[in-house]
Design a binder for this molecule. Sequence first.
Ligand code: PRX
Length: 652
Amino acid sequence: MPGEHDAIENLLAESRTFPPPPEFTAEANVSDPSVYDEAAEDLERFWEREASQFHWYREWDSVLHWEPPVAQWFLNGTTNITHNCLDRHVESGGGEKVAFHWEGEPGDTRTITYSALLRDVCKAANVLKRLGIETGDRVAIYMPMIPEIIVAMLACARIGAPHTVVFGGFSADALVDRIHDCGAKLIITADGGWRRGQVTDLKGAADQAFDDAPTVDMKLVVKRTGHDIAWDDDQDIWWHEAMDAADEQCDPVEVDSEHMLYLLYTSGTTGKPKGIKHTTGGYMVGTASTHRWVFDIKPEDVYWCAADVGWVTGHSYIVYGPLLNHTTSVMYEGTPDFPDKDRWWDIIERYGVSILYCAPTAIRMFMKWGDEYPGSRDLSSLRLLGTVGEPINPEAWMWYRQVIGGDRCPIVDTWWQTETGTIMISPLPGLTTTKPGSATFPLPGVDADVVDDTGESVPLGHGGYLVLRKPWPAMLRGIYGDDERYYETYWSRFPGCYFAGDGAKRDEEGYLWLLGRVDDVMNVSGHRISTTEVESALVEHDAVAEAAVVGRLDAVTGQAVAAFVVLRSGVDGTDAMLDELRSHVAERIGPFAKPKSIVFTPDLPKTRSGKIMRRLLRDISEDRQLGDVTTLANADIVAEISDKATTSPGED
Ligand code: PRX
């Protein structure tokens, strides 16, 4: 039973379980549960063994130096991550293996082998050197989902110049802020990219940013779309011309294990974006190991992580993890509905994709579009499915399993963050019995706990704050230029523990259930309710594809539950449906969680990475002036929801 004083209550129970199929376990990369004990007994030995699979110029003197909140891994070891991603495989005869099957949105394709990628990375590294970029200099990358974004990142890593990739959907202002913060010397961009049949004007934004960014000397520009762009010979260089003139040999620069590999900015809820700092050795070991365990990567797999390279998911599980593991990946430039809503399933059929990793927001969108799109394609090559980025509602999980995975593929729901660098909580697909909606257990070597307001572990069956108690190799090394903020943000709430900002509960069997950001927790008549659980109860109803719930001020109950619901295609948002959904929540959770208002909407406001912006929905619900909506992926929907929220009949 939920306790009266729980930081967050445990409301929903889930009884469905899915053990790994025996034939999957028989072949799995990890099938012996003793791996958890080994890691717990001797963390350093555990990671040392993982690290020894890589090429190091100089071996480390010690595995870990931990002085909270500062960790150093593989001290005084030297390596180069691109040597481990590329040269190592080519030298051992794996150069002809495909690294990427790339597909552009208009339908153009490229097949890139490990040898070809190595050659391009060497040339690009020589271009960077010719442009005066030295080890330690920061380089901003602002590009669409084309192979050159990966070449650019690896070229930076080859010479030890930390990259900072700015997602191509961000504005010129966002690009400038990030460049200012890290003092980047070069922007690598493209004329544009293809998105839903339209050209995105990256070069225009890069030009604007350049004017406001005195640290930047030049822009290196990939020709992708070929549309007309402004050009200034004093500041612009064509990538293809520079590459044509560049030498194909470029020795990797030997860098210290703690050398900065990249910065990636994450916005957080308030304040200016934080430049999350990742270094080389620990990140290399962490991304490769977690990728091999969680995705059960085999030499013959065709793996598709459908994130954008501009997010940490792309950094760790499109670029570094897969290349370190000599994986064949699929990479796709455009949107899932171009030219039609079956594009992903068409890609999976044509390339024989065996592992798909994507976000719950995509899954809910596919649910809304209807089963006929995946149903018209042969998805039998799939053997494993993954999700990341948000809690996945149990019904969305079931849909993913049944409609996409043909009821045969295990699902790995992976919890992690830009800051953690690697997956922290996830099933191991050959070992873990899964439950729909639970990320299950911490990976080997990860010490996660759920604590109450005082930092005490909560008993099984209760909810609270998710913390990590021990360091891990790919953990962030700080916020660029702001040690104080690093300490304050992550280490001050529960001394000695990393506090991720997420709520979680542990069920009676110890399974972890992520409950969303603690800033989103609602307080209704003294009940601390996570938005996730009410949303999951709504999505459980057959008529619902997606739901967002927020707490809005209420004179009687403190906060009242306000719900925004996207119905599945073909379902009408009638008054009867409103009543039905309300009763459904009351039945599943309890009358106190019943939404006071429900607004039907065709879509929900989302960030560019697909997370629901509950803050905006709270503003709408409480009739507040709306803040900046320019960072939304779908800004138009806000006006529509605002109108509906004020005229909605759905008030209790
Ligand atoms: O709230 C958690 C949610 O996404 C946050 C991290 O976001 P970001 O740094 O953009 O990285 C996303 C990709 C790793 C977390 O604090 N989150 C991520 N994965 C899950 C999740 N929430 C629930 N379940 C997940 N599997």
